[in-house]
Design a protein around this ligand. Structure first.
Ligand code: THU
Length: 139
């Protein structure tokens, strides 16, 4: 895993807005162009309106016209692995290819690497709707 991507995710985590959970999360993406994008969780007093770090990073990538995630780092503190939540697994899957790697980290470094297939087996996706717009994810 690229340490630069982890550094971007940690920088994002430090700017997370998480006054309700006090659980800051950062994420960083390397897209198919090689560019990087980052995001953090942004909570809201109306709790369900909060946004996860991965969703923020994906939005940044999409806003730059990109569609394919090659690598995504998720970073948070604590003893337990900060794996993407269920909703984020689906969001990552939308823009993944078979080789996409999900790196679960803490501020000290990599803890575990997953493929999106491991995190979301037999997933529903664009192909279910005969929408081959990224024409990349084969399973
Ligand atoms: N959170 C993320 O940002 N990403 C995840 O995949 C797990 C959870 C955030 C949402 C909320 O702001 C806080 O962590 C506690 O759930």
């Amino acid at each position: 895993m690229d340490q630069k991507l982890l550094k971007l995710a940690i920088d994002a985590m430090q700017n997370a807005y998480a006054p309700y959970s006090n659980f800051q999360v950062g994420s960083a993406i390397r897209s198919s162009s090689g560019k990087t994008y980052s995001g953090a969780n942004v909570e809201n007093a109306a709790y369900p309106e909060g946004c996860c770090a991965e969703a923020s990073a994906i939005s940044a990538m999409i806003l730059n016209g990109e569609r394919i995630i090659l690598d995504i780092v998720v970073v948070g503190k604590g003893d337990d692995l900060v794996t993407p939540c269920g909703g984020c697994r689906q969001k990552i899957r939308e823009f993944s290819i078979q080789d996409t790697h999900v790196y679960v980290c803490d501020p000290d470094g990599l803890r575990k690497t997953y493929t999106i297939e491991q995190l979301l087996p037999d997933s529903f996706g664009p192909k279910n709707l005969s929408n081959n717009h990224i024409n990349a994810f084969q399973s």
